[in-house]
Design a binder for this molecule. Structure first.
Ligand code: AHR
Length: 496
């Protein structure tokens, strides 16, 4: 098969906000305890953070990490995770029906994030709590004043403020599973008043209002409209969350998941602009896709997990080759929508629906999805260019005209490197790519990395961590994409 990809220097989408490559650590399962934090582990540092996990996180180069939830945050008292560890309360955690020891809280996590080279996307509890506790947390984290909460931080050993710039106003408040779920109007009001107090405490912060928990929520659309009508002037972003999966084992349909993500983004952006027009506002509210990933493998096993354990092995999806291709495609969609999506968080980072897996007290390995995320995060920075694909299409899962090829292109800030990310959705056919690079005529391919293989269901495990790893392909005889593969092709200017 053949396809053409047309890229032009003058057809730009947007400068990419690096926060597009964010991730997420929730107090859920073994993300924190046994994941980023395990004092007894042989690689643990002076604060009990696992060094092997830190090394893998650094490879992913995540510029921002959402914390501490997720559903967890809607029942969380942030003060429980501060100060003397010996005095911290052990609590029933209702969202995941687990036991939270509070050994890790914002005091520790801000240090972990600093060591990982990431900012924090901090969520406040708008479930059991409200504006008062949220503004106190902003004071604790960001204030230089000699007032109660800033002094509390100093007493806990942190003279300098943590400087957390971006904050989420709660989590998935539209979902009836959420602790203290709200109607859109109830949430819009609390988000508005909380936002005001948080920004009065620190005017430099940016705020994300909760959008829908996923695109098939019955309230999707009306939720965003109502919430934005209440809080438009006080927020900077609205969130999108969505997880994808292949529960019916229909790979042809699954490979088209990115089309759903694209349509979700475009619908939310249109609603933001509708409210902007309604309000005659000069301000644009952008999008924070702060939970996205593939999540379905662990659904059945999670039903067997005993309640009220510390760090139970929840949401431990083991990802295969086709998941990696889909995940790479979702990243292509985020790049192609980078004019509106400024923040995105792969949910999550370690053990819980994660690219990085550990054994508690033991080994670590990279899941299949680790690789497309790593390469896109490393090479997908700069300016997104339109990548127009001329190719055939197919029908699957009720969708028509699914393009066999999907692509994104990014030119680095110094124009030294043009990265082209491409997915081949042909299940059984290779595809030869003709790339037209207008304005970059003297750029030549220097590297072609692919996630490919015959076995769509191949996975990596602690015993066999290298079943699915990136392949280095030849660039001397044209660009050929293997069937059902994700690819990154790097172009550099030819030396005269
Ligand atoms: O990421 C796992 C969970 O998915 C989060 O806690 C919640 O926000 C979402 O439903």
């Amino acid at each position: 098969m053949n396809a053409k990809i047309i890229i032009s220097k003058d057809k730009t989408i947007s400068r990419i906000d690096n926060r597009l490559y964010g991730s997420f650590i929730e107090h859920l399962g073994r993300a924190v305890y046994g994941g980023i934090y395990e004092p007894g582990h042989k690689t643990a540092d002076d604060m009990g953070f696992r060094g092997d996990v830190m090394d893998m996180v650094k490879k992913l180069n995540v510029p921002i990490v959402r914390y501490p939830g997720g559903n967890f945050v809607s029942g969380y008292n942030w003060e429980d995770g501060t100060g003397d560890k010996a005095k911290r309360p052990k609590k029933m955690e209702l969202a995941w029906q687990s036991v939270e020891t509070n050994e890790v809280g914002i005091d520790e996590f801000q240090e972990w994030a600093k060591r990982a080279g990431s900012e924090i996307l901090m969520a406040v509890n708008l479930g059991t709590r409200g504006a008062d506790e949220a503004r106190n947390l902003v004071e604790y984290c960001n204030s230089e004043t000699d007032t109660y909460y800033a002094e509390m931080r100093r007493k806990n050993g942190f003279d300098k403020p943590f400087g957390i710039k971006t904050w989420c106003l709660g989590n998935e408040m539209d979902g009836d599973w959420q602790i203290c779920h709200k109607t859109p109007y109830e949430y819009g009001r609390i988000a508005c008043e909380t936002a005001k107090l948080m920004k009065w405490t620190d005017p430099s912060i940016e705020l994300v209002a909760c959008g829908s928990a996923h695109m098939f929520m019955p309230t999707f659309g009306e939720w965003e409209r109502t919430v934005l009508r209440e809080c438009y002037d006080h927020v900077d972003y609205i969130s999108l969350h969505n997880y994808y999966g292949n529960p019916n084992d229909d790979t042809a349909a699954y490979l088209a998941s990115a089309m759903d993500m694209d349509s979700f983004i475009k619908q939310v952006a249109a609603i933001c602009d509708e409210i902007k027009a309604e309000k005659n506002s000069d301000k644009t509210v952008n999008l924070s896709f702060d939970e996205w990933n593939i999540w379905f493998h662990s659904n059945e096993q999670d039903k067997q997990i005993k309640k009220w354990q510390v760090a139970p092995p929840l949401l431990e999806d083991i990802y295969n080759l086709e998941d990696a291709v889909v995940l790479g495609n979702l990243l292509i969609t985020l790049i192609n929508n980078s004019d509106r999506v400024k923040i995105a968080c792969l949910a999550q980072l370690v053990n819980v629906i994660a690219p990085i897996m550990t054994e508690t007290s033991g080994r670590i390995w990279a899941q299949t999805i680790f690789y497309p995320f790593m390469y896109t995060s490393q090479h997908g920075r700069g300016t997104a260019l339109e990548a127009v694909c001329e190719c055939g299409g197919y029908t699957a899962g009720g969708k028509e005209n699914i393009p066999y090829i999907d692509s994104a292109a990014v030119i680095s800030e110094d124009e030294n490197e043009l990265a082209v990310f491409v997915v081949n959705r042909y299940l059984d056919e290779s595809c030869s790519i003709d790339l037209s690079l207008s304005g970059y005529e003297n750029y030549r391919p220097v590297q072609h990395i692919a996630i490919e293989g015959d076995d769509l269901k191949a996975v990596n495990t602690a015993d066999e961590p290298n079943n699915v790893v990136p392949a280095e392909k030849s660039v001397s005889e044209g660009i050929i994409l293997s069937p059902h593969s994700w690819n990154m092709i790097i172009f550099k200017e030819a030396q005269q």
